[in-house]
Ligand binder design. Structure first.
Ligand code: MV4
Length: 448
């Protein structure tokens, strides 16, 4: 198996491969020569210089690495080429099994307006809005019907790019132009659609696994509302905002959607919970996600192992709803300075002592003496804890983060401790606005 990624997720995948007795081939840029994923793999192929566009994103180089080493399959991890239909097609043309859905499914769901149309047909609850792509004239009419505030979204968008909240009719034209131009520049597609803006909202997503024999397993939700500028910082499961009825509605609708799409392998369906707690679908992620360990900790299911078994043509051993127990929280540790507007702060990690003890898992590719290169994502570790109740999991998370010694670079560790201790987080009633509202109130976010 070729692992077409780097960092903690490459390490995570190599571990799953080795447990199944499968040889792992790593790829790396010249900036990652001494990286942990290179050391843990059975073979490693250099695919280019540090810039991701010339290495981890360069399809011919990744395919050549798989071919020259005799790989049978490719796991893309998250980011990089993981949701790129051209990469999936290149794999298939080279006789490589891609660990993920088909190029057709990735294309269908990558167009957010098209994805919504598919979900509507499957009876998934949607945020009210235009049916598909809308011109400025159509948006003007729809906005009046929906009522302000509305949200302009790029059909090719994601991560908030090409998205604009509009509060007043007179701002529609300039917002449409700006968002469409931003989407055109970022994705080569300026198509827009409109939705009613749900504010304040909670971001809750459902994890699913689908095999090639019609088996569908839903693995419950992850609450991902603690984020800053679309970068998630803390995720947990279960969500304090979901009743068991709302959860079952979401899981049943995701199961129908997967059957309708012909979904294969791991996927995540993102929903917003409105002020009344009712879920509305927003988009599909056709990949393994950063926060997948939260779900692994409450279900006991190894999602990456299941991905590999599905790619090998095996059946899911359980279908329907995965069993769950307890409460899990993931904290992302980034090499960023929260006192300097979260500026990335790569460099030498002079001390690195991750937490241990009951109910604690740390996913990382960092070790003492490692250098964090400036070319990639700033996430350096994930601390995931599980305990019987939410309060116990919070206490375990704080204990773990206090135990975590990282020196040489600034990190988001202390900010995470502040968040976990805050009355708002402990109460469980937070929304996606939480961090913006806490700006200046959390000690570790105050400029030095
Ligand atoms: C929304 C929304 C409110 N109303 N859609 C952000 C990125 C993309 N995944 C969709 N996003 C949102 N869509 C409607 N109709 C609020 C957000 C949003 C958000 C969603 C999830 C997690 C964090 C967020 C932060 C700001 C806005």
């Amino acid at each position: 198996m070729l692992v077409a990624n780097r960092g903690e997720i490459a390490v995570r995948i190599i571990r799953a491969l080795h447990e199944l007795g499968v040889e792992a081939v790593a790829v790396y840029s010249t900036a990652d020569r001494d990286a942990l994923h290179v050391r843990l793999a059975d073979q490693a192929i250099c695919i280019g210089p540090p810039s991701a566009t010339e290495s981890y994103l360069r399809i011919p180089n990744v395919i050549a690495a798989a071919e020259t080493t005799g790989c049978e399959a490719v796991h893309p991890g998250y980011g990089f080429l993981s949701e790129n239909p051209a990469f999936v097609r290149a794999c298939v043309e080279s006789g490589l099994i891609f660990v993920g859905p088909s190029a057709e499914v990735i294309e269908k769901t990558g167009d957010k307006a098209r994805a919504k149309a598919e979900m509507r047909a499957a009876g998934v609850p949607l945020v009210p809005g235009t049916e598909g792509v809308a011109t400025l004239a159509e948006v003007r009419v729809a906005a009046v019907e929906l009522g302000f505030p509305v949200l302009l979204k790029a059909t090719a968008g994601g991560g908030g790019k090409g998205m604009r909240v509009v509060d007043r009719p007179e701002d529609l034209e300039s917002a449409y132009g700006a968002a469409s131009a931003e989407a055109e520049a970022a994705f080569g597609d300026g198509s827009m659609y409109l939705e009613k803006a749900l504010v304040p909202a909670r971001h809750v997503e459902i994890q699913v696994l689908c095999d090639g024999h019609g088996g569908v397993l839903t693995l419950g939700e992850r609450e991902c509302s603690i984020q800053r500028r679309h970068q998630k910082l803390i995720e947990e499961s279960p969500s304090a905002a979901l009743t068991s009825e709302a959860r079952e509605t979401m899981e049943a609708s995701v199961e129908r959607a997967c059957r309708q799409l012909g979904y294969l392998n791991a996927g995540t369906f993102e929903f917003l919970l409105g002020p009344d707690g009712s879920p509305s679908f927003i988009e599909v992620n056709c990949r393994l996600q950063v926060e997948h360990p939260v779900t692994e900790m409450v279900t006991g299911i190894d999602i990456v192992r299941e991905q590999l078994r599905i790619a090998a043509g095996e059946r899911l051993s359980v279908t329907g709803r995965a069993p769950r127990a307890g409460h899990a929280i993931e904290i992302r540790i980034n090499a960023e300075d929260p006192r300097r507007d979260f500026a990335p702060a790569p460099g030498l990690v002079s001390r690195f002592r991750p937490p241990l003890g009951p109910g604690v898992r740390v996913d990382t590719a960092v070790f003492e003496g490692a250098s964090i290169p400036p070319f990639y994502d700033s996430m350096i570790a994930k601390v995931i804890v599980r305990d019987d109740t939410r309060d116990a999991a919070i206490a375990r998370a704080i204990r773990s983060l206090e135990e975590f010694e990282i020196e040489g670079i600034p990190t988001t560790r202390d900010l995470a401790i502040d968040i976990l201790r805050s009355r708002e987080f402990r109460g469980g009633a937070y929304s996606t606005s939480y961090l913006a509202e806490m700006e200046g109130r959390l000690p570790s976010m105050v400029p030095a």
